[in-house]
Design a protein around this ligand. Structure first.
Ligand SMILES: NC(=O)c1ccc[n+]([C@@H]2O[C@H](COP(=O)([O-])OP(=O)(O)OC[C@H]3O[C@@H](n4cnc5c(N)ncnc54)[C@H](OP(=O)(O)O)[C@@H]3O)[C@@H](O)[C@H]2O)c1
Length: 428
């Protein structure tokens, strides 16, 4: 007990010393209103301080990443379309979102709808996706069915006058994406793709750093999202009829984040490998953006990758800490451009550096440390609620689209993905 009490006092002591940036300035910083701490060096106490400083945010309450729209949200009742794994994660996240409550589960079968509703204490269940009408008890539908079903389910909701948040990929083709956007615009209904990473505090911080010029002129970017799975035609990821494929399941994250940072690419090149079920299982993509930024994206259903995002510029690089879909910090590494002629390689220091012992020490140092400065942007809850709060903020502001994830942007991402699929063709 005494040990627990002193550990608690220690954490409180560090938390008390911490000045949260949101309290240090009167106004929250645009785009970032989340726990932030710079970790200097590798010092354990600084890391402990950073974690304790996030306080309730780290434990799962309270903090959220405000966008430029401010903090007001409207109260919303949500309908959950589909009872798969992502719906469960989403509903777990929903309870951390201001003003949002799950009110209805929509499923192909009443049984699985009821099981899901019971697990999360959701009061209403509807059997069949066609059963939804204007009178159904919800304000916003979260569409988490396979990509091939997104357009049908989203348009049914839109025509019933309901707002929609549609899982990534927005649709299974650009033609379907346009149909959804046209329907939403014609009905004057709010519609957004659930590209949740765009609302994650670390992603917002990375974009701010890039825009502020923290890495100088941006010239390069790399993103990857690759996991290894047993090929299985019963799994949506491997089923072309249901909109599977590495791009739709995983590659859409780096592609969408690069669109968010640099706009739509001007050129797209790609190689890939198509599996026995007919979906692309691997893709290596090159993109060129206006202004000359060049980027590479790797995605795979069959191989593990580095699963990060890194932006490189003339004066350094900034990368996610943590996985590309749910990062919890950024690592900023600065570097002054090197000049030819400064180092002849003949000076005493230069010659000494090339000896075995200094090289061993530098490897040891490299093993114990990683270069760059880390800012932790720990997310609250499981991170899915940030996008939900964005929906609430947009509805409060009377917007039909989120400025952070516009319909045109979802269409442009689908265009890029269709082009990549075209380039890959049936490469095996
Ligand atoms: N944001 C994220 O982190 C994340 C993670 C994973 C997936 N996703 C996205 O979420 C969506 C759903 O993915 P998932 O992996 O959960 O898909 P899934 O397991 O194949 O399907 C999800 C649910 O959709 C319903 N459904 C409706 N029509 C269906 C059909 N023709 N075939 C199969 N199921 C059908 C089923 O629920 P009922 O039986 O109740 O009708 C099923 O449980 C996809 O767009 C995917 O890309 C997002």
């Amino acid at each position: 007990m005494r040990a627990i009490a002193s550990a608690t006092r220690l954490v409180e002591h560090f938390a008390a010393q911490q000045v949260h940036p949101c309290y240090a300035v009167n106004e929250p910083r645009v785009g970032i209103d989340a726990p932030v701490e710079r970790i200097r060096g590798r010092c354990f106490w600084w890391k402990l301080r950073a974690i304790s400083a996030t306080g309730p945010g780290f434990l799962g309450y309270g903090h959220y990443a405000a966008t430029t729209l401010g903090d007001s949200v409207v109260d919303t009742r949500w309908a959950i379309f589909g009872t798969g794994g992502i719906s469960a994660k989403f509903v777990s996240g929903l309870r951390h979102a201001k003003g949002a409550k799950p009110n209805l589960v929509v499923s192909r079968s009443a049984d699985s709808g009821r099981r899901f509703a019971q697990a999360f204490g959701i009061p209403e269940v509807a059997e069949g996706y066609d059963s939804v009408t204007a009178a159904s008890p919800f304000d916003v539908a979260y569409i988490a069915t396979p990509p091939s079903e997104h357009a049908r389910h989203a348009i049914a909701c839109i025509e019933a006058g309901k707002a929609v948040l549609i899982e990534k990929p927005f649709a299974s083709s650009v033609a379907e994406a346009r149909r959804i956007a046209d329907a939403a615009r014609a009905q004057g209904v709010f519609c957004m793709e659930a590209m949740w990473t765009r609302f994650n505090p670390a992603a917002r911080r990375l974009r701010d750093l890039v825009r502020e010029g923290a890495v100088g002129e941006v010239r390069q970017a790399h993103g990857a999202f690759c996991f290894t799975n047993e090929p299985d035609a019963a799994n949506t990821s491997f089923d072309p009829q249901r909109g599977g494929g590495a791009l739709a399941q995983l590659g859409v994250y780096p592609i969408s984040l690069l669109h968010w940072l640099f706009g739509a690419p001007e050129d797209v090149a790609a190689f890939g490998r198509t599996g026995d079920t007919g979906v692309e299982e691997d893709a290596a993509i090159s993109l060129r953006f206006a202004g000359g930024v060049v980027a590479t994206v790797n995605t795979s259903l069959r191989a593990l990758g580095d699963n990060g995002l890194r932006i490189g510029g003339t004066h350094g690089s900034v990368a996610f800490e943590g996985p590309i879909f749910r990062p919890y910090g950024v690592r900023l590494q600065r570097m002054t451009p090197r000049r030819k002629g400064g180092d002849t390689g003949l000076g005493r220091k230069a010659l000494l550096r090339e000896q075995g012992l200094p090289q061993k020490l530098s490897q040891l140092h490299g093993l114990l440390t990683r270069s760059g400065k880390v800012e932790r942007q720990l997310f609250a809850g499981n991170g899915y609620h940030y996008q939900v709060e964005e929906v609430g903020r947009c509805l409060a502001a009377g917007l039909k689209e989120s400025p952070e994830m516009t319909l045109d942007d979802s269409i442009a991402v689908m265009e890029t993905m269709d082009t990549v699929r075209e380039r890959i063709g049936g490469q095996r």
